[in-house]
Ligand binder design. Structure first.
Ligand SMILES: [Zn+2]
Length: 385
């Protein structure tokens, strides 16, 4: 890990930025100008981050419908299926339907990437997106990718995927290979941070074996015990990042980011995940801590000494802008536990994880990033940096 690429208490984002209305319209119409609209929207997302003073920017995921379903556009053998389509393949239909009702989401409205044949790359997953941003900013760049556990768990559906991949494990092997190739290409192209998004790990811990719910893709309850699922996640992440040189590798785990209603989102400390984090060979854990649902920072004492933390200190789902002094105080608390050089500052999650349902307006997201950078300025001054 390089320490010269960014200042002390580097400010970054988790990934997504609210998409402009004209981009959403172009996406919906499958406009012939969609690629150009995506380019323009990406430039705007980068500009907002730069203007707010963010040290490490992303493309705002402007080319994606959400943080992981976009892989259907880039890969053969996988397609978006509605929950209504998938219902035919779900074992416990009643539980599945009551879950969708509880979430206030009509079954036809959610689409899940589903493997229906052998996976082949039509084009790189995100390399070209990275290259576009690289051509338009001088700042270091973070690239986000859906993690191997999330993808292999959510895309394998019995009755649809097993002709190409008899087991979820055999599909996971294919996904690991695709993600490894992508990260090697990103490393060669000079990406600064590569972040794997595995939000579903919190659901494995908090919802437990009996639960059939998952907060993104309800068709797919984990089949094994939480311990076995987490051990699998560790193995898959380690296989993906093994031998990666150049970019800092990061893992993002949160508790869902589809609703501004805090009480419908999962709740619980990262503590049960810490033993698994300790075995993951990534350089950084990007964690939400602005929401009280994440518990106390003390849990992070269990992190391996080599790892840094992307500390969530603003909540993307609230409209009140956090005070820089209060943000700085949170960071000081963690700084006493880990030391200042192991802390990055970021929001808890993306501002626009799902294209049609961003959790923040552009103005709110911008103000929150400004608060983050103001806090970083305070902290650097104190540190004499
Ligand atoms: Zn998240």
């Amino acid at each position: 890990m390089s320490v010269t690429r960014w200042p002390l208490f580097p400010v970054t984002v988790v990934g997504s930025w609210p998409r402009p209305r004209w981009l959403l319209d172009a996406m919906k119409r499958r406009s012939p100008d969609l690629d150009a609209a995506r380019d323009e929207a990406t430039l705007l997302a980068v500009k907002y981050q730069e203007d707010a003073g963010v040290d490490i920017v992303t493309d705002g995921e402007q080319r994606r419908d959400n943080f992981y379903s976009f892989i259907c556009e880039r890969l053969e053998g996988i397609r978006l299926m509605t929950m209504a389509d998938l219902l035919d393949y779900v074992e416990d239909k009643a539980a599945f339907e009551s879950l969708l009702q509880a979430l206030d989401v009509p079954a036809f409205a959610i689409k899940n990437p589903t493997v229906v044949g052998p996976l082949r790359r039509r084009e790189p997953l995100v390399l070209r997106d990275f290259e576009f941003v690289r051509a338009h900013t001088r700042r270091p760049i973070k690239v986000t990718l859906p993690g191997p556990y999330l993808v292999s768990r959510s895309t394998w559906v019995k009755g649809l995927s097993d002709a190409a991949y008899p087991t979820r494990e055999s599909l996971a092997d294919a996904i690991v290979a695709i993600l490894r190739d992508e990260i090697q290409a990103l490393a060669a192209a000079g990406a600064d941070i590569v972040q794997l998004d595995e939000p579903v790990l919190s659901e494995v811990v908090f919802a437990g074996k009996a639960a059939t719910r998952t907060f993104m893709c309800a068709a797919l309850a984990a089949s094994a015990s939480p311990e076995a699922e987490l051990a699998l996640a560790v193995e898959l992440v380690n296989r993906v990042v093994e031998g990666v040189r150049g970019p800092l590798t990061a893992l993002h785990v949160c508790r869902g980011n589809w609703s501004p209603q805090e009480d419908v989102l999962l709740s619980g400390s990262y503590e049960p995940l810490l033993p698994y984090f300790a075995r993951m060979q990534v350089d950084q854990f990007v964690l939400e801590y602005a929401t009280p649902r994440a518990g106390a920072l003390d849990a992070l004492r269990g992190l391996p000494a080599r790892a840094s933390v992307g500390l969530g200190v603003v909540n993307p789902r609230t409209t009140a802008i956090e005070a820089p002094a209060a943000i700085a105080e949170r960071v000081r608390t963690l700084s006493r536990i880990l030391g200042p050089e192991r802390i990055f500052l970021n929001p808890d999650c993306g501002f626009g994880t799902f294209a049609e349902r961003p959790v923040a307006s552009t103005a709110t997201a911008f103000a929150k990033l400004q608060a983050l950078t103001a806090a970083a300025v305070l902290l650097r001054k104190e540190a004499g940096a």
